[in-house]
Every structure is written in C-alpha cells, then in structure tokens.
Design a protein around this ligand. Structure first.
Ligand code: SF4
Length: 392
C-alpha cells in the first residue's frame, strides 16, 4: 500500500474533523465547464461558451476561491490539483496565465504537489504545453477516446484521429508526463478495432491510461435516444487487462493503468475519502466529512458569487454506517483494496465485520486476500458493479 494511503485512512481517526482542526493536505479540483460542442453521451456539466463567458467564469472562480479560503483559514498545503471539465484547453494561454496566478496566490504548493490538467486534441496548443511545462504541471490527461475516425464521428467528438495523433506527438515531444482517456464498447466496435487504438496510443510512450466503457447516462442526449448496436463491454475490458499487463502496466484502479508507479494521486484522494476542495460550476467537493456540489449552471453560480455566497446547491453528510460502506466500495476500486486494520480503526470493528460478511457471500475468485487487506482480483474488477450491489 502506498504510504499516502495509510495517512489518508488514519487522519480522520473516527472524528468528524474539519479542515480547520486536522490541517490534512488538501486535494483541489477545478472544474472548467466549457466545451467546443456537447458529446451526446456526456452528462458532465459543460456548455459551449457564449460571448464574455470565459472571462466571467474566471472572475467568478476567483471569487469562489476567496470565499472558500476564508472558510478554510490559513493556506493548507496542496497534495494534488486537478483541472478537469469540460475542456480546460478551451481557455487560451492568456487565460491560463491568469488561472496559474490565481492558484499561486491562493494556495500553498509543495515540490511534491501533483498537478494534472485535462486537455482535448482540438484545442491543445504549443502555448499550453510551454506554459504548463514552465509551471508545475505533473501530467496532461488527453481525451483521445479513439484513433478511429468512424468511432470519433459516432461519438461526435470535436476532433479527428489526425488531431489526436498530433496532440499525442506534441505531448511526447514535450517531456511532460501524459495520459490518454479511451472509450470502449462503441456500437459496431470489434476487438480488433480496440486493439488497433490501444496499440497505437501506447506507441506514443505514455505512462498512464484511463479506460472507460461507453455508458449512456440518463441526463445525456443519448439518454433519450441511445444508439443501436451496443453490446457487452466485458470482452473489451478483459482483453485490455490482459494486453496492458503484457505491456508492463499495473492496473491500480478499475479504470486506471500506470507504468512505473505513476498512478494518479489526485484520483486516489477520492478513493480514500480524503479532503477534496472542488471549485467551479458543477464541481463536487468533500470537506470535513461533508460532500457538496456547486450549482451546475454558470449563471446561477456567478449570481451566488456576486452576492458573496458559496455556490453550493447540494450537500450531504453520510451516517457512520453509510460512510463505512462507501469507504469499502471506494477502497475496493483500487488494487490495494481495503486495508483491514486501518479500516477498523477509522470505521470500527463492527463496520469491518459487516463489510467482510457481505463479501463472503461472493465467489472467492473475485478477491485477492492477505492478512492485511482484501482487494478485487482482475476478475473481480470485471464484475465490480455486481459486487457494489452487495455492499450498498
Ligand atoms: S469533450 Fe468531454 S466534457 Fe466535453 S462534452 Fe465531450 S465528453 Fe463531455
């Protein structure tokens, strides 16, 4: 188990501790809610920017950061920062400079702070890459999705395979560490097509991959009218597990594969229920044991900030029992699974017994068990949704 994981699992120590009292390093998520066009399968909050909206957003974001900083108090060291979206590269280099200044003046960075930026092939430029390389960006996560033009067209992505290859080549030449997001189980996709995309993407030399099965969210455009011809994603996922292991990648989470221990520390903050400050319209955060969500509407978000109000529109605090079940599901997403002793310390021995009893009812082949932990086997990761049903 990585050392930061034991820290994350123990700091709460049964207390419902706010940031003010524990000063635990914080992860920051910045949501940039704009895209060039809306992909029909996507349920994330993002809009095509209207006149003046990019600058109005930056103004509002600065306001929200000030409000949240007042609540948090003195600068808390950042464990990780993630700029996601939407499409962060829709902000040009000039606006990125403003964003960087905002971050540097509001937060305390360490040499070890991991900084990840999502980028899309149609809007990534050399200026972005130079600015990120000169700042403290640790990894660029590129939304490739596929290198097959017919598949990209079906997904109505705003880029084609030529732009994706160009962006991958530019990142490979930049010296920045980079990752690619890919989608499988597209209507009509064959294992051969999937292999072709994976093999070519790997040829660019990235150290991290995130693989997602095409899911049709109810709130997305396809939610009302799904495309025909979708099959089971199981063979694609199984094949990728086998192929990526052969290429030296370690599957450290259900959807995430890394070479050379280059796993995403930011995403691991979610899976260990560590504090995450989320800022921007539609962003989620988790602070002091409470989960919140900002207004997923740019105008409503800005109206709140103008009035000096935090833009949260939803918050929840789980009961101790719900928290322990959620913690078990999140920990089982990772290759390290549930650290038994730490889990009992944080949630109690009874909670651990309940979780283990639920898992006992499932076949042994789905788990890897040691005296210290219980984790999903590769086969367990393939049927994870069925396992969650037993736990929640
Ligand atoms: S580019 Fe990404 S965030 Fe934007 S609409 Fe498409 S899937 Fe959603």
């Amino acid at each position: 188990m990585p050392s930061w994981m034991s820290t994350a699992m123990t700091t709460e120590g049964g207390r419902d501790c706010s940031l003010r009292c524990d000063r635990e390093p914080l992860s920051l998520y910045v949501h940039i809610p704009f895209c060039r066009s809306k992909c029909p399968y996507c349920a994330f909050y993002s809009v095509v920017p209207g006149e003046g909206e990019l600058d109005a957003y930056l103004e509002g974001l600065e306001g929200e950061i000030l409000l949240r900083r007042e609540r948090i108090g003195t600068p808390v060291p950042l464990r990780s920062v993630y700029f996601g979206g939407g499409t962060p590269t829709i902000l040009d280099a000039r606006r990125w400079e403003r964003l960087v200044e905002m971050m540097e003046s509001a937060f305390s960075f360490r040499a070890t702070t991991e900084v990840t930026v999502e980028a899309n092939p149609e809007s990534l430029t050399g200026s972005h890459i130079r600015l990120w390389r000169d700042w403290r960006v640790s990894r660029v996560s590129l939304g490739v999705q596929s290198l097959d033009d017919a598949e990209l067209c079906l997904l109505r992505r705003p880029h084609d395979s030529r732009l994706a290859r160009g962006a991958l080549a530019a990142l490979a030449a930049s010296g920045l560490s980079f990752s690619a997001d890919l989608i499988f189980n597209l209507p009509g996709q064959t294992l051969r097509d999937w292999h072709r995309t994976l093999r070519e993407v790997l040829s660019f030399g990235m150290e991290h991959l995130s693989l997602y099965e095409l899911m049709i969210e109810r709130e997305s455009a396809w939610g009302r009218c799904p495309p025909p011809g979708m099959a089971s994603g199981y063979p694609f996922y199984r094949w990728a597990q086998w192929y990526l292991a052969l290429r030296g990648f370690f599957q450290y989470e259900i959807a995430s594969f890394a070479l050379n221990r280059r796993w995403s520390r930011h995403n691991l903050a979610y899976w260990t229920r560590s504090p995450v400050l989320g800022v921007g319209p539609g962003a989620w955060g988790f602070l002091g044991g409470k989960r919140y969500r900002n207004a997923a509407d740019l105008r409503e978000y800005l109206r709140n900030i103008e009035k000096g109000k935090l833009p949260d529109v939803f918050s929840e605090r789980l009961s101790p029992e719900e928290s322990s079940r959620e913690a078990a599901v999140l920990a089982l997403r990772t290759a390290w699974g549930i650290p038994l002793r730490l889990f009992a310390l944080r949630y109690g021995k009874e909670a651990l017994r309940t979780v283990l009893a639920s898992l006992e009812t499932l076949p042994d082949s789905l788990f890897l068990r040691t005296k210290e932990q219980v984790a999903l086997s590769p086969k367990g990761m393939r049927v994870a949704n069925a396992i969650w049903e037993r736990l929640v």
